[in-house]
Design a protein. Structure first.
Length: 134
């Protein structure tokens, strides 16, 4: 198959035909130190105490020690026992606090965070989060 048929753009166009699917593709070019993001959700990059939010079809030059977090809509749509959704600023602020810890500790803190947010309410949203670093 041709390279253009296998390009992220053509793959995305084919995936969009299936309207029930949600997908994320992040392509990291290590030689050019470039990250291209294609997806329905948001990709956060934490860099030197700041965060950069990539949306669909954006690219950015990555730097050493960049930390990336990809999360789905369920993280913000999950309602707590008071029927309130999680505010994006609160969620991103928490991610800032834990950006520099190991993935194992990050997972523990995220589980505690969501348990505290739910405050006994059963989880009824699909919650997915992926964290990786450069």
């Amino acid at each position: 198959e041709s390279e253009s048929t296998n390009s992220p753009e053509s793959i995305i166009m084919n995936l969009r035909k299936h309207q029930t699917m949600c997908f994320e593709i992040a392509v990291l070019n290590c030689q050019r130190k470039e990250l291209r993001y294609y997806g329905e959700n948001k990709l956060l990059i934490f860099r030197k105490g700041n965060s950069i939010e990539l949306k669909n079809l954006q690219e950015i030059n990555v730097q050493p020690n960049d930390s990336m977090v990809l999360y789905n809509k369920g993280c913000l749509q999950q309602k707590n026992k008071n029927n309130k959704t999680l505010e994006k600023d609160t969620f991103v602020g928490f991610l800032h606090l834990i950006e520099s810890v190991s993935n194992q500790i990050k997972r523990q803190k995220l589980n505690y965070f969501f348990d505290a947010w739910l405050d006994g309410k059963p989880q009824d949203e699909n919650i997915a989060l992926l964290s990786f670093g450069i």
